[in-house]
Design a protein around this ligand. Sequence first.
Ligand code: MSP
Length: 503
Amino acid sequence: MNIFKPEERLSNLLMKFYITTPIYYVNDRPHLGHAYTTIAADVLARYHRQKGDEVFFLVGSDEHGAKIEEAAKESGYLPQVFCDQKVKTFKKAWQSLNIDYDNFIRTSSQIHKSAVKKTLQILWDKGFIYKGYYQGLYCRGCEQYKTEDDLVKGLCPFHQKKPELLKEKSYFFKLSQFQDELIKKISKNEFLIEPEERKNEVLSFIKRGLKDISISRQKVKWGIPLPFDKKQTTYVWIDAFLNYLTGLGWDGDPAKILPRAKSRGKNLVPNLQFWPPDLQLMAKDILRVHGTIWPGLLLALNIDLPKKLFIHGFFTINGQKMSKSLGNIIWPEELVKKFGVDGTRYLLISIAYFGQDGDISWQRLTEKYNADLANGLGNLLSRVVKLNQKLTPYLTRGKNQKYIPNIKNNEIQKLFDEVKLKEILDQIWQQIAWANKYIEKKKLWELVKDKKEEAKKILIELLSLITEISETIKPFMPETSERIFKIIESGQIKKPLFPKISG
Ligand code: MSP
């Protein structure tokens, strides 16, 4: 079953879709925020696979830098051992959320480290890097350099900490050189940043004047040594950005990234044909670096820029920032335990507009679960299946192929292209609400007793709608979709799709 008509599938067959999430700092424990971006990316990857596109979905872990060095020290383990342990919690979390990625790239892996060294050597040889002296503020939480303007009452707004003053020898990347080209590419949407307000934010930042950036650290040992000065290690962001290339198997040679058409049939790393990324997801905390340093590096290397960055909002819990000190962090495993895998996936995507901030609480999540999943979809399915059983013989999919499609595919496709994920679910749930009301209006439970032919017609209509819904929700809730198909096929329902939960 596919939601697309054959001719639509055909025109899409040769499309490729490369999607990435940020690589999360490995010292953290995967929380709701990480899960949010990763589930969204998984939904999009699954949708494109379902559509017939060739998909590469990359996730990974950011393992170098001052923050991780410090966390490893505190734990008493060597940094590599520390990272090896921590990375398992991310892999486990993604498995428990049914994240179907194509590769998990670690920045401490050999392939990544060697490509980073090669890249730096190229940038040095091309004259894009020079030696200097860095003096300024640095937030270790963000692993980012800060200006006075970035701070709120002297503190980093993301970490509520005073940045440290750094004074050290450092190497610099000539980012300023790319200011005009970046303004041009971003303004013309050749390097698309969405939503629009995020694009404007980056543009106004660049227009205030792009400075060269420090790309090495003298005192941080846990990092990739610069190939031309072994006393310095690579600034963690330069190291991290390259994951989007090394995750495809890139070895650091820009000549190997040929446009897809030219690289076909050549003996190159096959996955490099996915370059450039079609969509890179992240939240606003890392927009500025992704809108400046990242494309700047690619321009210097003469590699095509990603097609689109999509910046989603931040989740707060009961109006407050999630934080360890407030103890209000929600962990994905708690969500899965309470709402199930698909329940969690549904709730996170449907609770806030992707691109806008969202506030959640256990109470809101529970209410939404009961309203939309237990009473909405679950109830519709069980009512239809049970009413159907009152017909003799009752309808099953095999015997009644002619279910009429109800959801407008083009509209859904457009919403997917615009990354309007909540809007898709809202539209589907409107259909569910309609169907539940339709049963009431028609008093279907009476028709199945004494007007069987009319009841049959309505049930075919409803079963068609549910089949269609089940196909459309597949990228969001793969297991549920599968279960619904089986139930409809057999005409039997043994237990509720989503049992009601309290408190
Ligand atoms: N390691 C860097 C990224 C390097 S990518 C080349 C980093 N890691 S992080 O662990 O701090 O992850 C930041 C990302 O986590 C955000 O951009 C977002 O995708 C996700 N989120 C973290 N907290 C979040 C919320 N409270 N709400 C929504 N998403 C959040 O930065």
